[in-house]
Design a protein around this ligand. Structure first.
Ligand code: ADP
Ligand code: ARG
Length: 367
């Protein structure tokens, strides 16, 4: 029988690592029932979680149709991570009018909560349907995808409401930037970090061929940004300092519509699961809506532990000011975002962020 060694290895790892969802959801009977080709695809998706048994999710999609083709495996993993049923179906909806209990005119204005201007950001992941997912791309695919996106960026640059330019990390690319410019873009929270230091992405193959095919489009006013070649083919985002969350949400939707309408760009989507992403944690909306919120009282001990205690039951994730796996700001600023991505709508995510910030502000005032 093929892959019996792998089956034994996964069973042994699963016994020692109960938090690793992919290892826990591996069913040897289902696996043995698959063709050899599908078995290889399951193992490919689980590579990162096998090499890093301390993973939480422990798997990534490697082809746009992996979630559908390997459904019995992914349905279970999604159910565990997102706390939904195995038959859950995702629906996308950006209309704030569809959310109940919203403030007047659906205005999500932090000033009403007594907050100053905050750095607000909403991002979505997108993958092109005609390429392998980042984990399975060859260097030529990464370069070809970047070249295809250059056409889209020329389109945006020619539009006066976007303008701007594309910055490439690809050696020899006409738009290649220096190390110093790259650094400055990271410091400004515009560009993504060097992925070749991430052991989860390395094991998956997602960070392979670094820095080929990597770069980022930045609009003239630096608020509309598209990453190319990070964990998903594209991460499309809008970021601005202010108090009205609707501004970044609406502008992201507008930019996304402009990009989606560009000839030849078809995004990977699943009938039942919504927007397809590399990591199952992002599936569905692929959206993370965040603010950088100063909470000096709740972080007076120099850590975010107290904030996390309050945030977790509210469905909020707490990150550092440099993003995932980074420390909180010296002034007690933390990155707050709703954890849910799947079986929630885009509109519900921003509404949840607003509500969550209101609760944290109240706790901060009491502390
Ligand atoms: P992602 O949001 O794409 O999952 P990260 O959490 O690693 O990834 O964040 C990516 C970058 O975006 C980091 O530089 C982080 O500081 C920045 N960022 C996230 N949210 C905000 C925000 N509200 N304001 C400013 N920068 C932000
Ligand atoms: N693969 C890692 C794990 O399973 C990270 C998952 C969440 N983070 C992410 N950037 N997708 O623990």
């Amino acid at each position: 029988m093929a892959f019996e060694t792998e089956i034994d290895q996964i069973s042994a790892l699963a016994a020692d690592h109960p938090q690793n969802i992919a290892l826990q959801c591996f069913d040897a009977n289902y696996f043995r029932s698959l063709t050899e080709n599908l078995q290889k695809r399951v193992l490919y998706c689980m590579k990162s979680g096998i090499e890093n048994p301390d993973s939480e999710m422990g798997c990534y999609a490697c082809q746009p149709n992996d979630y559908d083709d390997l459904r019995p495996f992914f349905a279970q993993a999604l159910a565990v991570h997102h706390d939904v049923s195995e038959n859950a179906r995702h629906e996308n909806n950006w209309s704030l009018a569809s959310v109940t209990g919203m403030p007047e005119n659906n205005q999500l204005d932090f000033a009403i909560l007594g907050l100053p201007a905050l750095s607000m950001r909403v991002r979505v992941g997108r993958n092109l349907a005609n390429f392998p997912m980042p984990a399975a791309m060859r260097r030529e695919d990464r370069i070809k995808l970047e070249a295809q996106m250059m056409l889209a960026f020329a389109h945006l640059a020619a539009d006066p409401s976007y303008g701007g330019a594309y910055y490439s990390l690809t050696p020899g690319h006409p738009n290649q930037i220096s190390e110093d410019v790259y650094r400055a873009l990271i410091d400004d929270h515009i560009m993504f970090k060097d992925m070749s230091n991430d052991r989860f992405l390395n094991a998956a193959g997602i960070s392979a061929d670094w820095p080929f095919g990597r770069g980022c489009y930045v609009s003239e006013d630096r608020s509309f940004i598209i990453w190319v070649g990070e964990e998903d083919h594209l991460r499309i985002m809008c970021m601005e300092r202010g108090t009205v969350l609707n501004r970044v949400f609406d502008r992201l939707k507008h930019g996304l519509d402009v990009v989606s309408a560009i000839d030849g760009l078809a995004f990977a989507q699943s009938q039942d699961y919504g927007i397809v992403t590399s990591c199952p944690t992002n599936l569905g909306t692929a959206m993370r809506a965040s603010v950088h919120l100063p909470l000096p009282n709740l972080t007076a001990d120099g850590t975010a532990e107290r904030v996390k205690e309050i945030a977790k039951p509210l469905g909020l994730a707490v990150r550092g000011v440099g993003g995932e796996h980074t420390p909180i700001g010296k002034d007690g600023t933390v990155d707050i975002s709703p954890s849910a991505r799947f079986c929630i709508t885009e509109a519900e995510i921003v509404a949840a962020l607003y509500k969550g910030v209101a609760r944290l502000k109240a706790e901060e005032d009491l502390a």
